[in-house]
Design a protein around this ligand. Structure first.
Ligand SMILES: C[S@@+](CC[C@H](N)C(=O)[O-])C[C@H]1O[C@@H](n2cnc3c(N)ncnc32)[C@H](O)[C@@H]1O
Length: 298
């Protein structure tokens, strides 16, 4: 049985089943290849993170890291997850390319001593093969330059000789309200291809499967950006700025995007007055266990 979540043991999937699973949808809109990275803004993400409440997502990550000793967080950002894991198991290593975020990770908080920070990218992880028992990456794959290489690297550094070796990828669920608003309103103005979070998770399953991590589960977690502003116009203004600055800060058409978001946000806040959901699908990959009856290898 897998540690920490008994439902995982009974719902394992292979990589093809991940690709066609509704939690990686919309399946009929999946692209043929990676659209290339979004630009994660410097300041926009900090404002975004201040409004984000994701305790369920963090609890899910902690339920998976529990009991592991060597854990790597790929793309640690400013370390909210990294520090939570370090506080839980005593140490967490992270790789992060952005200089300012590395500085925040280094400065740390009470658990800083337990966070080991390596400036670097997912595509070239600065570790020997099989250095970690659990590798996780949250909300990072849509920022990498080379998706295949990043996934190969994640699999390479995860120790498949450890029977509990696990890889965890957090991405957007098909009903993610934030991604839907950006896809519907801002992406067409930018003239870009839409974001498809399920495609990234399915690609992860395909690559990990080639590396022996061929047993998968898909979990779902709730999270949301909160807009406590009392008046609706203030909420719409704040949300439009937060969303546009997240992926399109400094874009030549950022003002058009903010304007275009107003009716969509009015409609959204009529249904959900103070929040925009940032719901996640969590892909959990493991190497098949001899004692797992679902793999048929016992
Ligand atoms: C939205 S943030 C998520 C941060 C953190 N994982 C979290 O969930 O709080 C995405 C992070 O991925 C990092 N990133 C961008 N490209 C990357 C790459 N090629 N390899 C690793 N991390 C990358 C960014 O600098 C940023 O810190």
């Amino acid at each position: 049985m897998w540690p920490g979540n008994s439902t995982l043991a009974t719902h394992t999937l292979d990589a093809n089943a991940v690709r066609t699973h509704p939690r990686c949808g919309p399946v009929d809109q999946a692209p043929r290849k990676y659209r290339g990275p979004h630009q994660l803004s410097r300041n926009g993400w900090a404002n975004f993170a201040e409004r984000l409440e994701r305790s369920e997502e963090i609890a899910t990550i902690l339920s998976l890291t529990a009991g592991h000793a060597r854990v790597l967080d790929v793309g640690g950002g400013t370390g909210e997850l990294t520090r939570a894991v370090a506080a839980q198991i005593g140490k967490c290593t992270t790789v992060e390319p952005h200089r300012d975020r590395v500085a925040v990770l280094d400065a740390g908080g009470p658990a800083a001593a337990a966070v080991e920070v390596h400036p670097g990218r997912a595509e070239a992880l600065p570790f020997a093969d099989r250095s970690f028992d659990l590798v996780y990456t949250a909300w990072v794959l849509h920022y990498v330059q080379d998706l295949q290489q990043a996934l190969e690297e994640i699999a390479r550094v995860c120790d498949d000789t450890n029977p509990d070796a696990t890889i965890v990828v957090v991405g957007g669920s098909p009903d993610n309200e934030l991604v839907r608003l950006l896809n519907d309103v801002c992406v067409p103005i930018a003239g870009e291809q839409p974001d498809h979070q399920g495609f990234l998770l399915a690609e992860a399953a395909r690559v990990f499967s080639d590396h022996g991590f061929s047993e998968f589960s898909l979990l779902r977690t709730e999270a949301a950006l909160h807009f406590p502003e009392v008046s609706e116009p203030d909420r719409i203004t704040a949300a439009a700025a937060t969303l546009v600055d997240f992926w399109f800060e400094g874009h030549a058409r950022a003002a058009d995007m903010r304007r275009a978001l107003e009716p969509a946000l009015r409609e959204h806040f009529a249904r959900r007055p103070h929040a925009v959901g940032d719901q996640a699908t969590v892909l959990v990959a493991r190497a098949p266990r001899l004692d797992n009856p679902n793999t048929g290898t016992a």
